[in-house]
Design a protein around this ligand. Structure first.
Ligand code: TRP
Length: 452
């Protein structure tokens, strides 16, 4: 077998992982989760969730990936636990599943960059969204977005993903800072800040049953955990750097981008008197253009800001889509010995086909999203936690220590995984299953929306 690829630099690995983590979840979901769940108080709970759940789980995925050095399914055989290959399989399936509709949304974003240039996206936001989000236009942009994703993944780890994300992630941060500075100059921005940042701890106490799982779920989702993506990315680590330091850097950057996005989105909406609404995949495409259209300057300022904003969303979505395709491609390459480029093209086309229902009807997209996020994701995370905590055990500590001498941290980490993290994840699984299978009117029922 030819030499397996590795990341060229440590920063390259960190940026690629941040690229995966930073996506629509940060730019849209996070600000709204925060403001809908008690503002700064939610922020505190979320930060705790990242620290207590997110970081232990990302380290768990890293330790599997770096130790095994192969794709996320074969990894379990390499670690002498073939019976656990289903863990990687759920994750890879989740990645493929998610890629199919993520790329449909990526296609909308692509369309919105163009629509901001021409101004069409701002002229009649609701009508524009209806026209581009479903049917043939959505299929076309879905194909375009996937083609770009395939192109980058086909070039491989170092010359494709690492090179691309090295430019993409800094661009996201710089552009978001510029947008946040602009948003701060808008009259009425302070109301947005208040909405986002004012703590209301009483809400947390009252609604603990919904807010705690929301914060913990957001932490897992936002760090791209449970999709075999972090296992796969860590499998390309040829060096022995501190996994703990890398995991911390990734989690901190990801949270920073989420907060930054909140400082852009909420002042913008409040300054223009656009109600933040309920969130959801579609809302960003109506509420933001509506707010942008209201900006002074005869529409030009709004269009310019729109181009930058949707370009940021595009880059964020692309760097996440790359990681989704890579998890699946790594499997095809490592396990079946297929070359990278044909694997990326073939699997990309399969993802395109699976995404067609989502491109035809947003109700299908919601359904795919619901199954992925509430069924695959928690099950995969649960099995990773059980595997690393109770099956790998000391071997995982050994892997964590490679490249750093952390005497006390290893056991503390393992016991956190074995007990606290396990408990919380079981709780999330139980709540999600309740919504999926036992609550007919909950957002994500097991019967697809369009067929109900
Ligand atoms: N973390 C991404 C976001 O915040 C969403 C996501 C979840 C994801 N799991 C993933 C992206 C796996 C890529 C791969 O938007």
């Amino acid at each position: 077998m030819s030499q397996r690829e590795t990341w060229a630099t440590r920063t390259g690995f960190i940026l690629a992982a941040v690229g995966s983590a930073v996506g629509l979840g940060n730019i849209w979901r996070f600000p709204f989760q925060t403001s809908a769940n008690g503002g700064a108080a939610f922020l505190v709970v979320y930060l705790a969730a990242v620290l207590l759940i997110g970081i232990p789980v990302i380290l768990a995925e890293f330790s599997i990936g770096r130790r095994a050095n192969v794709d996320a399914i074969k990894a379990f055989r390499t670690l002498d636990h073939s019976g656990w290959r289903f863990v990687g399989a759920i994750g890879i399936l989740a990645s493929f599943w998610t890629l199919s509709y993520y790329s449909v949304v990526g296609g909308w974003v692509t369309r919105y960059v163009a629509g901001s240039v021409t101004g069409n996206a701002l002229a009649a936001p609701e009508g524009y969204f209806g026209a581009v989000s479903a049917g043939l236009p959505a299929i076309v942009t879905h194909a375009i977005f996937l083609a770009v994703t395939i192109g980058i993944v086909a070039f491989g780890i170092e010359r494709g993903i690492e090179l691309a994300t090295k430019f993409m992630v800094p661009s996201i941060v710089v552009l978001l800072i510029a947008l946040a500075v602009f948003a701060a100059t808008l009259p009425g921005a302070s109301e947005g800040y208040a909405f986002f940042l004012s703590p209301d701890f009483s809400v947390i106490v009252e609604d603990a049953a919904t807010i705690l799982p929301a914060a913990f779920g957001q932490a897992l989702f936002s760090l791209s955990l449970g999709f075999s993506v972090m296992i796969t990315y860590a499998s390309y680590l040829g060096r022995d750097d501190s996994l703990l330091a890398d995991g911390l850097a990734i989690a901190i950057t990801n949270t920073f981008v989420g907060v930054l996005a909140g400082l852009v989105v909420l002042p913008l909406l409040f300054a223009q008197g656009v109600p933040p609404g309920e969130g959801g995949a579609g809302a960003v495409f109506v509420a933001i253009p509506t707010a942008l259209a209201e900006l002074p300057g005869g529409g030009l300022v709004g269009r310019a800001i729109g181009v930058v904003f949707f370009a940021v969303v595009f880059i964020a979505a692309l760097s996440s889509a790359i990681s989704l395709l890579e998890a699946v491609v790594a499997y095809a390459v490592d396990t079946f010995g297929i070359s990278r480029a044909p694997a990326a093209i073939g699997l990309g086309i399969a993802g395109f086909l699976l995404g067609i229902p989502s491109a035809l009807d947003t109700a299908w997209l919601d359904w795919f999203d619901g199954i992925g996020v509430t069924l695959f994701l928690p099950l995969a995370v649960l099995s990773v936690v059980v595997f690393v905590g109770w099956i790998m055990g000391d071997e995982a500590i050994d892997e964590l220590r490679r490249g750093s001498d952390l005497t006390g941290v290893g056991p503390a980490w393992l016991w956190t995984l074995r007990t606290f993290v396990l408990l919380v994840v079981v709780l999330i699984v139980a709540l999600n299953f309740n919504d999926l299978f036992l609550t007919p009117d909950a957002g994500y029922y097991i019967v697809p929306g369009p067929l109900r």
